[in-house]
Design a protein around this ligand. Sequence first.
Ligand code: C2E
Ligand code: MG
Ligand code: MG
Ligand code: MG
Length: 292
Amino acid sequence: KQAKQLRVGVATYDSSRDASSTDHLALLAELRDALTADDQIVLALQPAVDLASGAPVGVEALTRWRHPRRGPLSPAVFIAAVEHSELLGPFTRYVLDRSLAAAAGWIAADIDVPVSVNVSARSLLDPTFPGQVADALRRHVVPARHLVLEITETVAISDLEIVDEVLAALRETGVQLSVDDFGTGFSSLAFLTRVAIDELKVDRSFVDDMIDSPAAEAVVRGAVELGGRLHARVVAEGVETAEQRAALLALGCVSAQGYHFCQPMPPDKIVGTLHRLGEAATQAKIVPLRAD
Ligand code: C2E
Ligand code: MG
Ligand code: MG
Ligand code: MG
């Protein structure tokens, strides 16, 4: 058991990154079991909405680990360890599988929004990844445009030849590509020149500060303009107040996500929520028309 635990992370995980790396190794061994257990790793789903109307424009799949002993764990606790281990592939396939199963359910319920899945930039070093994505789409009978891959660059990626091949192959499948945490990655601007993207997600830190900091506001404004030029949708992350919503609308941002609109929720709540958001948006549109 001990040897097994050590082997899990030894290949690529750099123990100097974290003082409690033995804990990370134990966590990884447990995660491997969790991936075959029922309902230990679950999705928390958070809608993204149109800022003006509040209509849902997408749903992001965030993972939670209902650990039998440690209690619920947020991705902040385990994603970094997963990213540096051989479990990244199995974990990503698991999340894709659950997310596409959910998306298939929305299609069946006549709800036309894509599901967004977070993908570590490290997955772009795996030449088999695009094939896995295509295979998962086929199995769940979900059209490729209903899947958005949100790429977060938390580690600098060195082998750009492979990355370019993988990105091209992903484009070929027809899935949408999104740059997550825009403005904070190692080279998110350079990334935009490597592949055509469908979406930019402006990092929460800028949205947090935009009311008080002219510099943060300038970054958001710049991202909105850049998105327009790249024909990419711009989504503001972490919108918590009506003031932020108004400021984003004023500078031309079209969509947003955040507690101001919706908390992440369990999959069994999402269909009802999407219907409610859609209906509320339709009502809101009718009111000003009557007022005129
Ligand atoms: P992210 O992709 O940028 O996701 C947004 C995070 O912000 C989520 O945290 C979400 O719960 C949180 N959030 C949403 N609205 C608000 C708000 O109004 N205020 C605040 N303060 N927070 C808000 P979460 O779920 O803890 O996830 C953290 C990060 O972990 C994600 O950031 C994503 O990069 C990563 N992650 C989550 N699930 C997965 C996964 O399945 N695979 C990979 N590779 N990464 C994942
Ligand atoms: Mg994300
Ligand atoms: Mg992310
Ligand atoms: Mg983000």
